[in-house]
Design a binder for this molecule. Structure first.
Ligand SMILES: Cc1ncc(COP(=O)(O)O)c(C=O)c1O
Length: 394
């Protein structure tokens, strides 16, 4: 179906941060399949884990014990400080699990219309409930009636949440991205998540963080909440978890981890041996190569270089760049005008980037990029912006 306005390119091979299209042209990937292939393309450890598992056992069913799933849950619990995991196949499904968990948690306390607070400009997926949670009228238009039980607040605004706490007794949870990805790489104030945590504790709300894009080392920690010295009650993961093999996870701790009972929630494919083997290989590689620290360092390197070229200068380009926001390898360059056309221009030059929220160039390179590749990304993006400023008469 025509659900995608696809770019005129198709790739047939990848290695590390590089892709080759069907004509043999080579591209530097500064997007990683939108924050999925954190280890780059065709990583040998993931390939080996998938091949090895496929030769032994791909799928049984969640009717039976799955040793690899158990192992993955334990590893993620140790890394995150949460207690238990439910595995599914995508980010939207992980958030659906979180939404259902919060509703059940509310009903168990006698709240008949349990309500979840979500943020403006958020993105949580395309299923009906996650689309309702998503703060984009454009994404929602035409799919009404949407789902009941959500309240929207401005992102990074603790006062707005406090007002809800005073006026809305049916709230059971808050669902937020620690950094908004699709919404424009919006990095909240340093004390925002700690403030949300304190309010959730005071109100008995579940603090639920959507780390589908920010998780798995991308921001320089395993999970973005770890920059804030807090632990959420519920966290969702997907994208980078198995480097492109479809998997999602909803983790929870304490009371939240005990909400679901047999029969409350399920999936056929979720957490099967194949996907879990790929995810376990991803965890090993991130750990062995300290890729969280690497993401922090190389992200700073790219941003410093971008700032030198695009912020600390006298040229026209510096007038069109409103802001550069980042944490680790999640980088947004906000221009003062729509810049979607830059995606095709970059592609022509052999570079994969993305533009989100109309005016924000988004870079999500693999965590394994070399310094040289990082410099190439920064220089190419700077050149694109400089040419764009010149061509659009800044
Ligand atoms: C923060 C966040 N949550 C949820 C999703 C949805 O994930 P999926 O496309 O795997 O359903 C995305 C996808 O971009 C995302 O960025």
């Amino acid at each position: 179906m025509s659900t995608y306005a696809r770019l005129p390119v198709s790739f047939e091979r990848g290695e590390g941060a590089w892709l080759w299209d069907t004509t043999g042209k080579k591209y530097l990937d500064a997007l990683s399949g939108v924050a999925v292939c954190g280890l780059g393309h065709a990583h040998p450890a993931v390939a080996e884990a998938v091949c090895d598992q496929a030769r032994r056992l791909v799928h049984t069913s969640n009717i039976y014990g799955i040793a690899k799933q158990q192992e993955l849950a334990e590893r993620l619990a140790t890394l995150s400080g949460l207690d238990k995991a439910f595995f599914c196949n995508s980010g939207a499904e992980a958030n659906e699990a979180a939404i259902k968990l919060a509703r059940l948690y509310g009903h168990k306390q006698g709240i008949t219309v349990p309500t979840i607070v979500v943020a403006e400009n958020s993105f949580h997926g395309r299923t009906l409930a996650t689309l309702t949670a998503t703060g984009s009228r454009k994404a929602q238009a035409g799919f009404e009636p949407l789902v009941r039980g959500f309240l929207r607040v401005a992102y990074n605004d603790l006062e707005a949440l406090q007002t809800i706490a005073k006026n809305s007794p049916d709230v059971v949870a808050v669902l937020l991205e620690p950094i908004q990805g699709e919404g424009g790489v919006n990095v909240p104030d340093d004390d925002y998540l700690a403030g949300v945590r304190a309010l959730c504790d005071q109100q008995g709300w579940l603090m639920m963080l959507d780390e589908v894009q920010t998780g798995m080392g991308r921001t320089g920690k395993w999970f973005a909440f770890q920059h804030s010295a807090i632990v959420p009650d519920v966290m969702t993961l997907a994208k980078g978890l198995a480097n492109g093999v479809p998997i999602g996870a909803c983790l929870a701790r304490g009371e939240a981890a005990e909400v679901f009972k047999p029969g409350n929630h399920a999936t056929t494919f979720g957490g099967n041996p194949l996907a879990c083997s790929a995810a376990l290989a991803v965890l090993d590689v991130i750990e062995k190569n300290d890729l969280t620290a690497r993401a922090a360092a190389v992200g700073d390197r790219i941003v410093d270089r971008l700032c030198d070229r695009l912020i600390n200068c006298e040229g026209a380009e510096c007038k069109i760049v409103d802001d550069i926001r980042s944490l680790g390898l999640m980088i947004g360059i906000e221009l003062d005008r729509p810049c979607g056309a830059l995606v095709a221009k970059a592609l022509e030059q052999g570079l994969l980037i993305n533009v989100t929220a109309e005016r924000v160039i988004r870079l999500l390179p693999p965590l394994i990029i070399s310094d040289q590749e990082a410099d190439q990304i920064a220089d190419s993006v700077a050149e694109l912006v400089i040419a764009f400023a010149r061509d659009s008469g800044a």
